[in-house]
Design a protein around this ligand. Structure first.
Ligand SMILES: *Cc1c(COP(=O)(O)O)cnc(C)c1O
Length: 375
């Protein structure tokens, strides 16, 4: 079945007692032990498995064309489970422009686990080969990256990784499963911060890992989910399933609005550069066109002048909230450096915009007004 159909029906579990078409929420942490063969023993205790969580896992596995999925209480918990499934002494190669939390996790926490990390510009896959050593086990790519929207050729990276028996995990948060399916391009795992587009309404914190095969590695991720216990609540899983039913249509709107705004920004006199893979001038445009079904809702841009200009502009909008995060129906922007840890390479003149589903004319008018506050 097609994506739209699966996003509405996959993982939906009718309640046989009432005939409800939509699955109820199962807040119960406990389920009776089966004492005859009349009921499956799938559910015993909610940390191990909950009906809403397994509905959500079935749904996201279907959307990414994977075999199985594990849902976590945040994108970072999902990311940590992937890295903790490696062995101390293993080496991972990671995109150098990436979500700052992933870098903090690797540098501060996984280093104590003795996981060795190399950061490389994965937009040129040759850099991956150069950074590899005999302990390399996993390549972690983010594309488009946060916050610079670098594009990595997923298929190319997966081909060279397969020759070397390395696994590839793609952080697919910014693209969403509507715009990009890394497992189809050869990746072994996909991670989403479900907090962003999958939720779509800035009111759920969650993450998922999806696997191409029922591998031994995925069994480790599952055991960290259940044994580590960083699981999402039944209500958050239920809400996510509800949100995902409209994901396809939301992404169309995000892409359409972002494309218009990127064009507007590109011609504006106070803007030095616009980073959006939908612009033909973007260095990753051709690869994005090949591996994505749309260019997404995130636009970053560099203002001329100083960091103070970026600060003033982001606090001068009426409609667009000066806030971090992304993927909601409401537009947000921020001077990105405010959310990055100390020592970041991000320029104080960079503004990161999450384009929402308001009317693009209203958004452009709001941006135009805010940009007039530039010195
Ligand atoms: C937000 C984000 C994460 C982290 O997810 P949380 O749900 O905040 O833990 C990871 N990767 C990317 C690309 C993100 O944007």
């Amino acid at each position: 079945m097609k994506f739209e159909t699966r996003s509405i029906h996959a993982g939906e579990r009718e309640d046989p007692g009432t005939g409800s078409v939509i699955s109820p929420v199962y807040p119960s942490t406990i389920f009776r032990h089966e004492d005859d063969e009349s009921r499956s023993a799938e559910f015993v205790y909610t940390r191990a498995a909950n009906p809403n969580r397994s509905n959500l896992e079935t749904l996201v596995a279907s959307l990414e064309n994977g075999k199985n999925a594990a849902a976590f209480s945040s994108g970072m918990a999902a990311t940590a489970a992937v890295f903790q499934s490696l062995e101390p002494g293993d080496h991972v190669i990671v995109s150098d422009d990436l979500y700052h939390g992933t870098r903090v996790l690797l540098n501060d926490i996984m280093k104590r686990w003795k996981l060795d990390t190399s950061y490389v510009d994965t937009t040129d896959p040759d850099n991956i080969i150069k950074a590899a050593n005999t302990k390399t086990r996993l390549v972690w790519i983010e594309t488009p990256t946060n916050p610079m929207l670098h594009i990595t050729d997923i298929k190319k990276v997966c081909e060279l990784a397969r020759e070397q028996y390395w696994m590839v995990c793609v952080d697919n948060t910014w693209a969403s499963p509507v715009l990009q399916n890394p497992l189809n391009l050869g990746a072994d795992l996909v991670m989403h911060s479900a907090t962003k587009y999958l939720s779509g309404h800035s009111d759920i914190l969650a993450g998922v890992v999806i696997t191409k095969e029922e591998s031994e590695f995925f069994a480790r991720i599952r055991s960290i989910q259940v044994g580590g216990g960083a699981v999402p609540s039944s209500f958050d899983c239920w809400l996510l399933q509800r949100s995902i039913k409209t994901l396809q249509y939301r992404m169309r709107g995000h892409c359409e609005n972002a494309g218009r705004i990127a064009e507007f920004l590109k011609g504006h006199p106070v803007i030095e550069d616009v980073f959006y893979p939908g612009l033909p001038s973007h260095p990753g445009h051709d690869i994005a066109k090949k591996q994505m079904n749309g260019f997404g809702g995130m636009v970053s841009f560099m203002v001329k002048g100083s960091g103070d200009d970026a600060m003033r502009i982001t606090s001068s909008a009426d409609l667009i909230a000066n806030a971090t995060s992304l993927g909601g129906v409401e537009s947000l922007w921020e001077q990105r450096v405010r959310s990055e840890p100390e020592g970041t390479q991000v320029s104080p003149r960079l503004i990161r915009l999450s384009v929402g589903l308001e009317h693009p004319d209203d958004l452009i008018a709001d941006i135009d007004k805010a940009l007039s506050r530039h010195s």
